[in-house]
Design a protein around this ligand. Sequence first.
Ligand code: DX5
Ligand code: ZN
Length: 218
Amino acid sequence: MKIKISPSLLSADFGCLRREARLLEKHVASFHIDVMDGHFVPNITIGPPVVNRFREGLETPLDIHLMIEHPQLFGPQFRVQRGDSITFHEESADPIAETIDILRQTGARVGLSIRPGTPLDRLYRWLDRIDLALVMSVEPGFGGQAFLPEALERIRLLRRKAGDRLEIHVDGGIHRGNALAVIEAGGDVIVAGSAIYGAEDPESAVRELLAIGDRCRE
Ligand code: DX5
Ligand code: ZN
């Protein structure tokens, strides 16, 4: 699978989200958008009203990353389009099987994510029922944190367990210095916030990450 880049809008200017997206849309497979509720993580971002309005008129798929206690309640409030995904956390308060079904009814692709400290095998029993897994390589909540190197082994193990059928997203602390290691370990979709929107030239930051991916995989 060719490597995809999904810029995290958490590091973009929230005052002009659509303009920030337009800047990169021709290069990227999707945009990653972080939804936080102040309970599941100690931070609050944006929710369905803002994401839905932002979504209008944007062709590029959205990867919605729910860092919230109740994905069952809020997931269906996102007006998704073809190709969009909604990912929730294994550690959230809602029952997983039911949440997968509810999110699937929205028409979105469904993903499951785990915090760095959660045993990886807690993902295994859901692999047949999800479209993607999101491996966190920082503690969820904030952009700009340092990559946790133990994430590499978790990506490797997950890839071995899931085979090629699962799309693996990796999120947190990724930049041009460690992207190759993430891809070699088995990551398919590189989520990067500060390394892209914090760069002087976000477009060349994306191109550089894409070039690293191309060198590694066709
Ligand atoms: C963190 C978020 C990430 C974050 C990544 O909780 O889930 O998507 O935006 O930002 P960087 O790339 O700066 O670590
Ligand atoms: Zn995220």
